[in-house]
Design a protein around this ligand. Structure first.
Ligand SMILES: *Cc1c(COP(=O)(O)O)cnc(C)c1O
Length: 384
């Protein structure tokens, strides 16, 4: 059976995977080596030096390409290293359009590192795809989006944005960390590049920091591979192995993340002490229709504002949680809670942060796969 025809729930397990050539190991061995024997200069079996390629990383890169319905996968030392490689496709004078409530680390890399090299970044609202076109100039070379966005859970119309990008010959990159390919496939919707912090749902067990890019176009893949090999921020063999192991259960984990996410969003929205809940599964979510058409389900990421809360009150609530762990990151089997204003989004100036809705009292949950009743009881006691 052709691999491209496999259903997603089979691709997570079999996509791009073959038993190891040496001894038939079903799981890819951890090739913990920097170099490979050559019988004559250049006479090797496809691997010469592990910055350029490593068999465990190759296994992960093939799995990544398969689950995102793409042709080429690249695995990096972190999500940020993957983003860094994409921006290095550009030249001084080029311009990038991105969204207002972007992951804080991406914002920091764009503004504080790449602007020094003469690339400019503009952050605009993209919920209404029609409003984007007027911002595209002759200098615009890349549109960088996240959907759902972090932490406001805005949903952007990938297909509509990709049509604009194609019309103006601009690359579209989608950070698919929050949704994962279980929920949405940006390449199928017309994006050129899909990016992951595989640290989150793909790895799924909070035990690695890994990044990924997947593309369809050979020329684009070659350029990104050149940058990856030149810069060297590659994913190591042990982390490649752990991420592959995580991907094998992505579909079952995501199913439970979505079920628990729905239960908690519905609990919170009815709670008398809650002012506002952000979750794309609500029918009155401003982008609910797009979410419904481009995503398979609504995920386990939820943000909320307790009634009349201040910065200090929000911190008190997250400190009182016992099953939800107060920590950066998301997407692991365990539930996490965060306070964006002081944690993930602390590097964004307060005014800019608040303009996109990240107020002082906002709390973000990454709902794990524990028992839903325990998670709800934990939120109840913390809010009391
Ligand atoms: C965590 C995260 C990143 C950065 O990835 P790292 O693996 O931490 O380098 C980028 N985008 C989003 C949406 C993230 O959540």
């Amino acid at each position: 059976m052709s691999e491209k025809k496999l259903k997603f729930n089979s691709k997570t397990i079999h996509g791009g995977q073959k038993p190891d050539a040496a001894y038939g190991a079903v799981m890819p061995p951890i090739y913990q080596t920097s170099t490979y024997v050559q019988t004559t200069p250049g006479g090797h079996k496809g691997y010469a030096y592990s910055r350029s390629a490593n068999p465990t990383r190759t296994a992960l890169e093939k799995a990544l390409a398969s689950i995102e319905n793409g042709n080429y996968g690249l695995a990096f030392a972190s999500g940020m290293a993957a983003i860094d490689a994409v921006i290095k496709l550009l030249n001084p004078g080029d311009e990038v359009l991105s969204t207002k409530d972007l992951y804080g680390g991406s914002y920091r890399l764009f503004k504080q590192v790449f602007e020094r090299f003469g690339i400019t970044f503009r952050f605009i609202g993209m919920q209404n795809a029609d409003s984007i076109e007027s911002h595209i100039t002759a200098k615009t070379k890349l549109i960088w989006v996240e959907t759902p966005t972090n932490p406001m859970m805005n949903v952007l119309d990938i297909k509509a944005i990709s049509q604009l990008a194609k019309k103006h010959s601009v690359l579209l990159a989608v950070d698919n960390t929050f949704a994962t390919p279980y929920l949405q496939l940006p390449l199928d919707l017309g994006a050129h590049i899909v990016m992951h912090s595989a640290t989150k749902y793909l790895g799924g067990h909070s035990d690695v920091v890994v990044g990924a890019l997947v593309v369809n176009d050979k020329d684009l893949a070659d350029k990104l591979y050149f940058i990856q090999n030149a810069g060297g921020a590659v994913c190591g063999p042990m982390d490649s192995f752990l991420t592959l192991r995580g991907i094998k259960t992505l579909h079952v984990r995501m199913q439970r993340h979505c079920e628990n996410g729905k239960a908690i969003a519905e609990y919170l929205v009815k709670h008398p002490k809650i002012e506002k809940v952000y979750w794309p599964g609500f029918e009155d979510h401003p982008n609910h229709d797009i979410a419904k058409s481009q995503m398979k389900d609504f995920g386990g990421m939820i943000s909320f504002i307790p009634k009349g809360s201040s910065y200090e009150d929000a911190i008190k609530i997250v400190e009182k949680l016992q099953i939800f762990t107060l920590a950066e990151s998301l997407g692991g089997v365990e539930s996490l809670a965060g306070h964006p204003a002081s944690m993930t989004h602390g590097s964004i100036p307060k005014e800019e942060r608040e303009r996109s809705g990240v107020v002082d009292a906002l709390i973000r949950l990454s709902v794990g796969i524990e028992d839903e009743a325990d998670l709800i009881a934990d939120l109840e006691q913390a809010m009391r």
